[in-house]
Design a protein around this ligand. Structure first.
Ligand code: GL1
Length: 133
């Protein structure tokens, strides 16, 4: 094996829960019901696609201008960044720290594949950014 490519949210750390909370907050502010089933449909998709799916689920796909959509995404990301600002190396999911060590010891390259534009910030907060090739 030459390389291992990790997903981030919900694999390296439980940021999937923080995305859920932040999207739920925004959806409720615009009166669109948002539950865990809806959240499942958003996993792995970008911020723009996630907002679009939420708007479609609430029959609101034509309610907002592009500028208003940008503002909604900005608010979601602000809430999300407040939540991830509390992350520490303790928040690595079980086994991830050990696995990264093992891969490095065996000179296997380590990569990350994530739709999240917050990924570098999260790796820094978890103190594992230098482990990634
Ligand atoms: C984006 C979405 C999240 C999630 C991630 C991929 O993250 O907003 O809900 O789907 O992509 O795991 P971000 O907003 O951090 O770029």
């Amino acid at each position: 094996m030459k390389a291992v490519i990790f997903d981030l949210d919900g694999v390296i750390t439980d940021t999937a829960e923080y995305h859920f909370l932040a999207w739920k907050h925004i959806a409720e502010q615009i009166n669109i019901p948002f539950d865990r089933d809806m959240n499942e449909r958003l996993k792995g998709i970008s911020r723009e696609e996630s907002l679009e799916s939420i708007l479609i689920s609430g029959g609101a796909e034509t309610r907002y201008t592009n500028a208003e959509k940008q503002e909604l995404m900005h608010r979601k990301n602000h809430d999300y960044q407040t939540l991830i600002s509390k992350l520490t190396p303790e928040d690595l999911l079980p086994g991830i720290g050990r696995l990264l060590c093992q891969l490095k010891n065996e000179n296997i390259k380590i990569g990350l594949a994530s739709s999240s534009r917050n990924a570098p910030k999260i790796l820094r907060r978890l103190a594992i950014i230098d482990d990634f090739d």
